[in-house]
Design a protein around this ligand. Structure first.
Ligand code: GTP
Ligand code: MG
Ligand code: NA
Length: 465
């Protein structure tokens, strides 16, 4: 089918912002779930994806739409959750690259923070239109809860003192945004000129806990999709897809979470993926999604599909997927395609990353669960550690005996301190642990990236004192 404004795909919405501003909680509110409380340390460490059907968008904006009278035409919305912790700027960068529109979440009590500004700059650099959610509005003094109501209705219920605190804090945020070169205003106070100026940013007060303003955010996103970026989200049949995560699921083996941006992905397709050992081609044996309004990174009763249509997050089942790397593109070999061209294109990002490893082959082994986490760790070790921790090798997924053997060579090279594996969010085979004991290899593990750095720094301090 030809591209047409009457055939839009779901926009991909990314949620970005400083740590603990309430990004996941905001999604929990829309999903009616409780993903945030299940997270280690209450922080997000992966990219997530949730699909909302059109009818959910309609139901959750119904009250506001009594006055707005806006006809929702997009077939739904795919929302990508990102981590706010400073270590994950690569995942934020990936999120901002994958999306069509964004929500930048600010904690109204804190104003702009470091990763708010970082996220803001990423969005501006990639020219992504966004709204700013001034979240935690319920923390204003003596706030009266108006559960799940449009924000203006909720503000009408507040006492003068509460309104005055809200106004001051919203003004602070506006001034801070201005300092970053961004013009903004509470969205209902924007004039026609402001709306037609694509650099002017609407502010929406929200509470992810009690739901005030959530209708307004959803409505603004729908309006932005249909009025501002409709050309960009016209559906087309050519596949555009990226690997979000690679993980083992009980009963399914190794699966690959793929973000299908556009086009179709079908059972039986000959798909090309990127791995550390080179490109692989595999036939797609199954396509699974969580039910609508459920987070893809949480295990659920998956729905089976013969084909999926972008934009959607989908779990792909196939052989030989163990080594596929997150953050890399997925392509399908069509009847008229050159297999070799497609392989080279799928491999290009990794080729780039490998070119940044320590050139004298002296340094630790860094092992992580995804390419994004690996990129984050490498960047951290390169830029945030003093002196930088050299890295000689990288790996993705479970640590095997052969990984231990590989890095034990540092002992022979006269660098026992680098006979170390820094492991983030990966399993370690029992054999590998035993082998590490015998070979004098340390395996440092952590669920939180910066804890790895702390461990390694302590270890280096012990060595030198
Ligand atoms: P990261 O993913 O780690 O960057 O954090 P996040 O932005 O996803 O924030 P998260 O959803 O984890 O929320 C952080 C904390 O703020 C949690 O304790 C939430 O319960 C709380 N919180 C989030 N939104 C609100 C809100 O609107 N009001 C109040 N009172 N608390 C909130
Ligand atoms: Mg989160
Ligand atoms: Na958090």
């Amino acid at each position: 089918a030809a591209r047409s404004p009457d055939n839009l795909r779901c926009p991909i919405v990314v949620i970005m912002g400083h740590v603990d501003t309430g990004k996941t909680k905001l999604l929990d509110k829309i999903r009616k779930t409780n993903v945030q409380e299940g997270e280690a340390g209450g922080i997000t460490q992966q990219i997530g994806a949730t699909f909302f059907e059109k009818k959910t968008l309609e139901a959750q904006t119904a009250k506001l739409n009594q006055t707005e009278q806006f006809d929702i035409k997009i077939p739904g919305m795919l929302v990508i959750d990102t981590p706010g912790h400073e270590s994950f700027s690569n995942l934020r960068s990936r999120g901002s690259s994958l999306c069509d529109v964004a929500i930048l979440v600010v904690d109204l009590m804190h104003g702009l923070e470091q990763q708010t500004i970082e996220s803001l700059n990423m969005l501006r650099q990639k020219k992504v239109p966004f709204v700013v959610a001034l979240n935690k509005v319920d923390r204003c003094y003596a706030w009266k809860t108006c559960k799940d109501t449009p924000i203006r209705d909720a503000l009408k219920e507040q006492e003068a003192g509460t309104i005055s605190e809200f106004r001051n804090r919203a003004l602070d945020a506006k001034v801070q945004l201005q300092e970053q070169g961004v013009n903004s205003n509470l969205y209902w106070e924007m004039g026609d000129d402001d709306w037609s100026n694509s650099d002017f940013i609407p502010l929406v007060p929200t509470s992810a806990i009690t739901g005030e303003g959530v209708q307004d955010v959803l409505m603004l996103l729908c309006q932005m999709a249909q009025r501002k970026i409709w050309k960009h989200i016209m559906w087309c049949a050519n596949l555009e897809a990226t690997v979000l995560e690679v993980k083992a699921i009980d009963g399914l083996g190794m699966t690959v979470d793929v973000l299908v941006v556009n086009g179709y992905l079908r059972e039986g397709d000959k798909a090309v993926f990127c791995t550390l050992d080179g490109p692989i081609i595999t036939e797609i044996r199954g396509l699974l999604t969580p039910p609508p309004s459920r987070e893809m990174r949480v295990k659920s009763d998956y729905l089976h599909h013969k084909e999926v249509k972008g934009a959607l997050g989908v779990k792909v089942i196939g052989n030989g997927l163990e080594k596929v790397m997150a953050g890399t593109p997925v392509m399908v070999v069509g009847p008229n395609d050159e297999e070799e061209d497609i392989k080279a294109e799928v491999m290009s990002d990794l080729t780039n990353l490998q070119s940044k490893l320590s050139t004298d082959r002296v340094g630790v082994l860094v092992q992580a669960s995804t390419l994004g986490a690996l990129e984050a760790l490498l960047q951290f070790l390169r830029e945030e550690t003093q002196p930088p921790i050299p890295v000689s090798a990288i790996g993705i997924g479970t640590i095997h005996k052969r990984d231990v053997t590989k890095i034990s060579i540092m002992n022979e090279k006269g660098h026992p301190e680098y006979a170390t594996i820094l492991a983030f969010d990966v399993d370690i085979e029992r054999e590998a642990r035993e082998h590490a004991q015998e070979m004098g290899v340390r395996i440092m593990t952590a669920e939180i990236i910066y804890h790895l750095f702390d461990q390694f720094t302590r270890f280096m301090d012990e060595l030198t004192t």
